[in-house]
Design a protein around this ligand. Sequence first.
Ligand SMILES: Nc1ncnc2c1ncn2[C@@H]1O[C@H](COP(=O)(O)OP(=O)(O)O)[C@@H](O)[C@H]1O
Ligand SMILES: [Mg+2]
Length: 208
Amino acid sequence: MLYAVVNTKGGVGKTTTAIHLATMLARSDRTLLIDGDPQASSASWAAWRREANRNPSPTTTCLTGKAILAEGKALAEGFAHTVVDAGGRDSVGLRSSLLLAHQAIVPVGASNLDAAAMTDLLEVIEMAKDYNPELRVRILLTRIDPRTKDTADMVSFLQEQKLSVLATRVCERVAYRRAIGEGAIVQELGKDQAASHEMDALLAEVKP
Ligand SMILES: Nc1ncnc2c1ncn2[C@@H]1O[C@H](COP(=O)(O)OP(=O)(O)O)[C@@H](O)[C@H]1O
Ligand SMILES: [Mg+2]
């Protein structure tokens, strides 16, 4: 399965989602993580992970622009799963990721700003579907505060846009920030069971 974790907006949790998904998949199958963001946050995480000797790890590589589609397709053949962490702008890399993927996972926060920022992304996704009709697009609500009603409002907005929303909700938790800095995933640090359950639920939902 080829996954693209995409959003034109930065700071929504793309890298966090991509590294967790790729590492969880790597526990049972050969998995490739493509860092498609010129900021290379997934690659930094992978370097910290090597230093910390954590296993198993997804094989990690950096690709940008059109190479994500051309080289990504060839590389993915050697793996059971590929996860692309796609750049934060509406770039060639983002479009290439959407052409490559079977499943697009779109992390979004629950705020009016997140909703407003989705307009361009939706256009890019619609265009990608013309060329990649099999593409399955699923929204992942991230960094949410369960005490507010923002999430319910965002879900109504997404449903009005006829978007499919994953049942897994990822809350704002310190554990996610810590894990990245330690080259880990939240399950490996084992300090926040709620965070671990969220990531287990995400895997169960998106794995074929
Ligand atoms: N669920 C979360 N709870 C707390 N912090 C988070 C969460 N998801 C991401 N972060 C933090 O927010 C920042 C942006 O997340 P990141 O995954 O890098 O987003 P993106 O790749 O979309 O820019 C990082 O510092 C990350 O550790
Ligand atoms: Mg990122």
